[in-house]
Design a protein around this ligand. Structure first.
Ligand code: FES
Length: 107
């Protein structure tokens, strides 16, 4: 299991256990985490799974995937250097303890 903490816009933290190989988006949906909408189900067609990766983790989550940058332009909330589509971050043991922030809005 890979522990992921989702920080809500009001600072509330939700810590869940995800499965290796699942995305940060799918883990949020499976655990009813507020603020991750994921309208397209993970096919990188919506940007409603936008999240901000905690800066301590950006090296481990890696670069944005091809096409992710373009899709982020459709994000409802401000796009920052740490912005990612959570459906494109796949949980690995290396990401145990990952922290991501949920943006103010997804639509
Ligand atoms: S779920 Fe639609 S882009 Fe991630």
């Amino acid at each position: 299991m890979v522990k992921v903490t989702y920080v809500q816009p009001d600072g509330t933290e939700v810590e869940v256990e995800g499965n290796e190989g699942d995305s940060v988006m799918a883990t949020a949906i499976a655990n009813d985490v507020d603020g991750i909408v994921a309208e397209c189900g993970g096919s990188m067609m919506c940007a409603t799974c936008h999240c901000y990766v905690n800066e301590a983790w950006t090296d481990r989550t890696g670069e944005r995937h091809e096409g992710e940058e373009d899709m982020l332009e459709c994000a409802a909330a401000e796009v920052r250097d740490t912005s990612r589509l959570s459906c494109q971050i796949v949980l690995t043991p290396d990401l145990d303890g990952l922290r991501v922030q949920v943006p103010e809005a997804q639509v």
